[in-house]
Design a protein around this ligand. Structure first.
Ligand SMILES: Cc1cc2nc3c(=O)[nH]c(=O)nc-3n(C[C@H](O)[C@H](O)[C@H](O)COP(=O)(O)OP(=O)(O)OC[C@H]3O[C@@H](n4cnc5c(N)ncnc54)[C@H](O)[C@@H]3O)c2cc1C
Length: 754
């Protein structure tokens, strides 16, 4: 989370978690610029380190060995992390346009989104070839292809298109791995046939003759057909067609041709070279748009260099310095790309060839050297240093423009009470930007705002109300707005009600008007995204500025009186069905300590974003007797509320309780929510708590949930069908976790089977 004590004066947006931006994040984490807010927008939360990818494919590394986890890194840098793909820029308004979420404003922008192999102009390539980038997609597709190769008997012909270092490494590493897997299965590794095909007259065109000769030898030893001077004209399901040559038969084609640029930078109006890469000057700044920087493969440097991660890594330090300088109005420093660099190209079998200028060397020891260098690089991002004090020297010396300093001091002196309200012009602008929905039973709402909303309750219905409000546990206001709305609506679904309307209450951190407006807009836009499909309208709200982002909603629902679900409605013999996995409390506690993997947090967010509406309908169809939403008191707390109200006992199978990825690990590491101790008091409701507590999953029973699932009693004979229907509706983790029993003699109502 951004520190509340530093009001946002400028916004620096980083697009892409490439090799340079990881360095920028680390450096800003160690030395923040007060008032400069960082936002990282990235398609992948685990960003691959290119140097180790061939080793990963060959089976020498695990996923986490060669992927930088941007979750903890962004947290270390105090950066907001938006897991989404950028699709354009509005350079006049200085906004980044992002798939599926509101645009993000920037004062400074840096682009490090890499490249993809060019395949647009080759018919059939998109359909039949597997491009090596985006790498996450390649890795998934590679897993599928690998399984196909292992299962499909007889000869298998693989064609790798692209004779640069990437293509050569990919051919050798995939072959090594496949041969190994085939041998392990007692299959014949020689049924694999590889061809490496390249348009140029030779492979490895940017390396010296000695390196080329060594790889030609390796390819021949590994019985790979090398086809130079082969320009691909078409890819079909059976072959790669080549200009002036016979088609090359192929059962699968891997595509590693030279880099192509994304379209959106040019479409936005940034100056680009003839291939579409962003033209930057010697400061790594766009030649057409000051304040916008580009690095790595996506940038076209003044002195062109091969598209290689080596340059992106080296640019990181200069980029960080220049972003710092640009933010504080200081003169920029120059980036001088190295003329020669040491390339260590692996052969897939723990052996490498070194290439620098005109010389070459090879050996297993060079692979060990490469391994050592690469692991050391990764270590910088896996073991982050202790954070510096928040007040860096920049505030005193660096922020050269007096306006920024002035803004900081006036922002720090804000009133409380009504003076803390967000200004009316900001509010007006926000409401004008939001779509206003209407319902006939909302007589006065945001479409014609008044002092209060006026709601009608249709005949034969009653009004169900609930309120929730909490501090943000993630810096992404749009996502937080959605989660808060889901959390609040959970109470209505648990009562069997249909949402009708909501009132929002928001606190946004002090900042410039534009910053406050965006935060408020994102919160409410997030809430609307969730409310709208449920049929509920936003009828009003209240907003103020404060120390930290917080949001909540009063939600109103309607239900026929005889269809209200009460906690006490459970029946003996009912199966207990839980619709979502547990673990949000421990996972976000771990996230705050930078101990949660980005993909775990992604999974938790996806679960929290999943509405309970369809689950409630499904439970109703399966004749659920009682229902509650699992939130702050944890599963056990909410179950005890139900059994107490019903005067019954319950038995839980701990092994059947669905759990979010990573939650057992964070609990095992002793990382628990700050609410856990309060929830733990309810262990007195559990029979034989000492024995039960021996299970490593036990703490999860007390883990407080945000936007958790529904817990319901369902007739035992319908439970399996209910869970199957829930799975069809997307509640993949839904499960029967136990059953309701008649009240027994024991004082404690809950038995937990471990
Ligand atoms: C098989 C193979 C092996 C290689 N081996 C080496 C090697 O050993 N050494 C070497 O120096 N180079 C190697 N390369 C080249 C290297 O992969 C690239 O030069 C390098 O990855 C470029 O780094 P980058 O920082 O520009 O971008 P990348 O590392 O590609 O990072 C781009 C980032 O931007 C994100 N992104 C992309 N598009 C968007 C979007 N629209 N919105 C938001 N985020 C987005 C991605 O998720 C990713 O996080 C290899 C390439 C291949 C194919």
């Amino acid at each position: 989370m951004q520190k509340a004590s530093a009001p946002v004066v400028k916004d620096l947006v980083l697009i892409g978690g490439g090799h340079s931006h990881v360095s920028v994040l680390r450096r800003f984490g160690m030395r923040p610029v007060p008032g400069l807010r960082l936002t990282l927008v990235t398609r992948d939360v685990h960003t691959p380190y290119s140097g180790m990818l061939p080793g990963y494919i060959a089976g020498h590394y695990g996923y986490d060995d060669c992927h930088i986890d941007l979750g903890p890194l962004a947290r270390f840098a105090g950066a907001r992390l938006y897991h989404a793909a950028v699709e354009g820029l509005d350079l006049d308004e200085r906004r980044v346009l992002i798939q599926g979420r509101p645009p993000v404003n920037f004062d400074l922008l840096s682009i490090n989104t890499g490249s993809t192999p060019g395949m647009a102009d080759v018919p059939g390539a998109r359909e039949y070839a597997l491009p090596v980038k985006p790498i996450d997609e390649f890795l998934v597709a590679w897993g599928v292809l690998r399984a196909r190769i292992l299962e499909q008997p007889g000869p298998f012909r693989l064609v790798v298109v692209g004779g640069g270092a990437g293509g050569v490494e990919l051919a050798l590493s995939t072959q090594y791995r496949l041969r190994q897997l085939l041998s392990e299965r007692g299959d014949d590794p020689d049924r694999l046939h590889y061809s490496l095909l390249t348009e140029g007259p030779q492979i490895l065109p940017t390396h010296n003759a000695s390196v080329r000769a060594r790889f030609e030898r390796v390819l021949s030893e590994r019985r790979m057909q090398m086809l130079t001077g082969h320009r691909v004209t078409e890819v079909t399901a059976e072959a790669v067609r080549v200009a002036g040559e016979a088609p090359v038969p192929a059962d699968a084609v891997l595509w590693v041709t030279s880099a192509s640029a994304p379209r959106w930078p040019a479409a936005a109006g940034l100056a680009v070279d003839s291939a579409g890469f962003i033209r930057v000057d010697e400061h790594l700044q766009s030649v057409s748009h000051p304040g916008i920087f580009a690095v790595g493969d996506v940038a076209a440097m003044v002195e062109p260099r091969p598209k290689s991660g080596v340059f992106a890594v080296r640019q990181g330090g200069v980029l960080a310095e220049n972003l710092r300088r640009a933010a504080t109005g200081a003169a920029l420093t120059r980036y001088r790309p190295q003329r020669r660099f040491l390339g260590l190209i692996s052969t897939g079998d723990r052996y490498a060839v070194a290439s620098r200028g005109g010389w070459a060397l090879e050996g297993a020891w060079l692979w060990r050297l490469k391994d050592w260098i690469d692991r050391r690089f990764m270590e910088r991002y896996n073991t982050l240093p202790a954070m510096a004090a928040e007040e860096g020297p920049e505030l005193a010396t660096g922020i050269a423009d007096g306006e920024a300093l002035l803004e900081l001091s006036t922002l720090a002196m804000r009133c409380g009470g009504c003076g803390a309200k967000v200004g009316s012009t900001v509010l007006d602008r926000v409401t004008q930007r939001l779509p206003v929905a209407r319902r006939p039973d909302v007589l006065v709402g945001l479409d014609a705002p008044d002092d209060a909303a006026v709601l009608a309750v249709p005949p034969n219905r009653v009004l169900v109300q609930s309120v929730d409000y909490f501090r943000a546990f993630l810096d992404d206001a749009f996502t937080f707005g959605q989660i808060a709305a889901n959390h609040a609506l959970g109470d209505l679904f648990a009562m069997g009600a249909e949402p009708q309307s909501a009132l929002a209450i928001a606190t946004v951190p002090y900042g410039r008007e534009r910053v406050v407006e965006e935060a408020l807009y994102e919160l409410v836009a997030g809430a609307l995204k969730v409310l709208e499909p449920t049929g509920a309208v936003l009828a009003g709200g209240h907003s103020s500025e404060g120390a930290e982002l917080a949001f909540g909603l009063t939600v109103n629902g309607l239900v026929e009186p005889d269809r209200i679900w009460r906690k006490g409605g459970l029946r003996p013999g009912d199966a207990l069905v839980l619709t979502k996995p547990l673990g949000t409390g421990t996972l976000f506690a771990a996230d705050m300590r930078r101990k949660a993997k980005g993909r775990w947090i992604d999974g938790a967010i996806a679960s929290m974003l999943h509405s309970n509406q369809a689950a409630a309908l499904c439970l109703r169809q399966h004749d659920a007797s009682a229902c509650t939403d699992v939130t702050g008191f944890g599963l056990l707390g909410h179950l005890v509320e139900m059994t107490r109200a019903a005067g019954l006992d319950a038995r839980i199978e701990l092994g059947a309780v669905p759990v979010l990825d990573g939650a057992t690990e964070t609990v095992a590491a002793g990382i628990l929510s700050s609410l856990q101790p309060q929830n733990l008091r309810l262990r007195r409701a559990v029979r034989d708590p000492e024995r039960t507590a021996r299970s490593p999953r036990y703490p999860l029973l007390f883990d407080p949930q945000t936007a958790g699932g529904l817990l319901a009693g369902v007739p035992a004979e319908r439970a399996a069908a209910c869970v199957a229907d829930l799975a069809d509706l997307g509640y993949a983790a839904a499960a029967v976790i136990g059953q309701v029993e008649p009240r027994g003699d024991a004082e404690e109502p809950i038995t937990v089977i471990i």
